[in-house]
Every structure is written in C-alpha cells, then in structure tokens.
Ligand binder design. Structure first.
Ligand code: AMP
Ligand code: MG
Length: 418
C-alpha cells in the first residue's frame, strides 16, 4: 500500500508551461479548403488576380458619361451582371446596368435608378431622364478595389473562420497548407466501468469519461480515437497505452492515477516514457500526470487524468486543450481569459486554487451600467458530480485562501469555448 505521492506538487501555470514545452506544431498538410474550417494556415495566401477583375457597377441604374450631366437621354443598350457590353457608350447616350455588371466601354459613372425617370417610348426609342449630376467614377468599383493582384489576403498562422474560407474561395485557393487536427486517443481505466450501452452489475457504473472526452476532443478541433475501457491490470493497460501511442499524437487516459493499490497508470507511464509531473496544486484534479514517449521517431504526449468525471474534464481543458492547440499551430494556445463578477459569494479552499465551474452571461446593469460578465456558479462542486459542468462555459480561477469571496467580487475566468 502507498501512503504519499512522491511527485512534487506543481503550480498550474508551471504544469502548463511544462506541457507546452513538449509540443511542436504538427507538420503542415495540403488540405481541401472546404475541409479547413477552424484550422490554422501554415503559409500565406496571395491573390493571383484582382477583385473585382473589371470595373463594376455598385448600383442598379444607368451607365453614363459623367460630363453629360442631367437631362433626357436615349437608352442604347443594357448590361446585366455576368454579361459584357457589345457596344461602346457614346456621349449623349446611356445604358441600363445592374449591380455587379461590368461598366460598358465609354461610360465613366453610374446614376442609380432612384435618381432617374423612365419616359414613354418616343419613335420606338426608350429614353430616361437623368436627374442627378455625378462625378466620373461614381458608383463604380474600380478593378482591384477589394483585393489587389498579388495582395496577401491571409497570413500564415491565421485561423480559418467563415470569412477566411470565403477569401480562399474568392482567390480560387481550393487547397491550402494548414496544420492538421491532432489525433487524440481516449482510454478509460477501471474494473468498475461498463460501456454506457450496458446495464451496470453490482459495484459497477457506466463509463462517462470516454464519451465526455471524445466529445471534448471533437469540440476542441481534434480527431478522437476511442480506445475503450482498460481493466486495472498491468498487461492489458500497457497494451491499450501502446496502441494509443502508435496511432495518435496524444493519449488521454482517465482514472488510475490516485493513491489506490490498483492505480497503475503512473508506474506504467514511468516505464513507457518520461513523466514530467504527477501532481498539481489545484482543485479539482490534483493527481493529473503528464508524460511523453517517443514512438516511431515522433514525440507523443500522454495525459493521465484523474477518474472523477469533473476532475478529468477540468484538467482536460486546462492542460490538454492548449497542447492540442499548439499541435494545431495556434500562436497563442492558452485558454482565453475574461473578468467576471460573482453573482453569489464563493468559499475559498485553504490549500489549493480552485477552478469553479460557472455560467457567464453579459449583464448590462453591472459596474454602474458599463456592463460586465456575471458569473453564476453551477452549484455543488463535488469532483464526482458531472452536473457541475452542465451549462458551464467558464472556469473561475479562485485563489487559494481563507473565508469567501463576496458577491460582486471580480475574478478571472477561463473560457471553455474558443
Ligand atoms: P480513480 O482515479 O480510478 O481512482 O477513479 C476515481 C473515481 O472516478 C472513482 O469513483 C471511479 O469510479 C470514477 N471513475 C473513474 N473512471 C471513470 C469513468 N470513465 N467514468 C465515470 N467515472 C469514473
Ligand atoms: Mg480506477
């Protein structure tokens, strides 16, 4: 029987620094732009042609020669979007034009339809009264005014959101060099666990960590690899761990890192690779263990997360998400922080900083009407109670201390979504 962990207790910030120190971005891959949403670019993207590629009307109206000025003019032709004029506009005439259509040669401005009056046919000729004087260039988007030829429209290290995916489409970049999604193997450990599809027998419970962590990996932009449940048995555990290390960039186990006789993960990781830490000063999640192992010439990360459902998910967010982001090429892989104002008093832990699960929402009445994020606790914070993560969108960083923080106190909060 063990009585005390031999691992030094690290501060969370030091543990995170130790993790990030072990991660290099994955080798970039060429990927179809339609599959690259959420990924980070590994190379600049340049426009090979200007946008618009022709001088285009910004209005529905009439293409004119600006120096003609207001008056009544014959309509000698029309250009709608997607077509080009088969005529040259001469002074003293106008042509009907729609938004996005190329300006006919000879024209140098557009008068919008609201500033004109269509007149009855005269000798079979359509005519329009132009009521507004315009300057040359009015209501025309010149060639390259949105994107110049050769312009860098996206830079390496930028993340592809909807607008960025649209820019790729605009410039015809159908494949891009991006950092791939990290592959993350997820393994539950424990003789008491059964698959969620089964009815637990005496002494058994359903395995919830695997479902939670696989979903979390997907939500954080990784590719989960479900390794199932490992029994608390040395050889079987080792086999599962080796499988994870062979197939993924990162392995996440849950359970088996506390002080029980069947908590086999830490000695196994010491054997399989290098353990960088085995305890963190935090609540919940103290026994989280981090190791690396070189497999087939590549450094793999292993997170031995605690078994309690909340501890495993909180430590996943604090340590595994930044690691995944760094693998995926994020320049700043850490969780985003905001200030939040407590909606109720919260007790502090005398020995460890606590990551209190909370729901943040914007409240425009806070701070004398300036507005701020109001943090409502999710309730009972027991580390076994997954309900305390339900609806949580932030972890409040409560300092170690005596007593409680009053309602209205300002705390920093780590955002769980990106
Ligand atoms: P352990 O770290 O293995 O000692 O587990 C700590 C607690 O978490 C125990 O009550 C376990 O039954 C529970 N636990 C461990 N793994 C899981 C899991 N995958 N799903 C749900 N509960 C778990
Ligand atoms: Mg266990």
């Amino acid at each position: 029987m063990k009585s005390e962990s031999t691992y030094p207790m690290l501060a969370v910030a030091d543990a995170l620094a130790a993790v990030l120190d072990q991660v290099e971005p994955l080798p970039p891959q060429l990927m179809s732009s339609s599959a690259a949403l959420g990924l980070i670019l590994a190379a600049d993207v340049t426009a090979s042609a200007p946008l618009p590629p022709f001088a285009a009307s910004t209005k529905d109206g009439y293409a004119v020669v600006a120096s003609d000025g207001p008056g009544t003019y014959p309509i000698v032709g029309q250009v709608t979007a997607g077509r080009v004029a088969d005529f040259v506009l001469k002074p003293g005439t106008v042509a009907y034009i729609t938004t996005g259509a190329p300006l006919p040669p000879g024209a140098d401005a557009v008068v919008m339809v609201e500033e004109t009056t269509l007149l009855p046919l005269s000798n079979g000729q359509r005519q329009v009264m132009i009521r507004q004087a315009v300057r040359p260039g009015a209501d025309i988007r010149p060639i390259g005014c949105d994107v110049a030829q050769g312009e860098v429209v996206l830079q390496a290290s930028e993340r592809l959101g909807p607008a960025e995916v649209g820019l790729l489409a605009t410039v015809g970049a159908n494949a891009v060099s991006v950092y791939p999604r990290p592959r993350v193997a997820v393994l539950s450990t424990g003789d008491e666990l059964v698959d969620p599809t089964q009815t637990p027998g005496p002494g058994q419970i359903r395995d919830s960590n695997r479902a939670t962590l696989c979903a979390a990996v997907l939500a954080s932009g990784g590719l989960p690899l479900d390794l199932g449940i490992a029994r608390d048995e040395q050889a079987h555990l080792e086999e599962c761990v080796q499988k994870g290390l062979a197939e993924a960039d990162m392995l996440i186990t849950s359970g088996g890192v506390s002080m029980g006789d069947l908590d086999l993960i830490q000695p196994l990781l010491e054997h399989a690779g290098t353990v960088h830490f085995g305890r963190i000063r935090m609540k919940p999640g103290k026994p989280v263990t981090f190791a690396t192992a070189v497999v087939n010439g590549r450094k793999k990360l292993i997170f031995g997360l605690p078994g309690n459902p909340v501890s495993s998910l909180v430590t996943y967010y604090l340590l595994a998400v930044p690691a995944m982001r760094k693998f995926a090429g994020w320049a700043d892989p850490t969780l985003r922080r905001v200030q939040a104002i407590l909606a109720q008093p919260l007790a502090l832990d005398a020995y460890r900083p606590e990551y209190h699960r909370a729901t943040l929402r914007w409240d425009s009445t806070l701070r004398d009407g300036q507005g701020g994020f109001l943090a409502a606790s999710t309730g009972n914070q027991a580390s076994s109670r997954l309900l305390s993560m339900r609806t949580a969108n932030a972890l409040l960083e409560l300092p170690q201390g005596e007593g409680e923080l009053p309602s209205g106190a300002t705390v920093s909060a780590l955002l769980l979504n990106d």
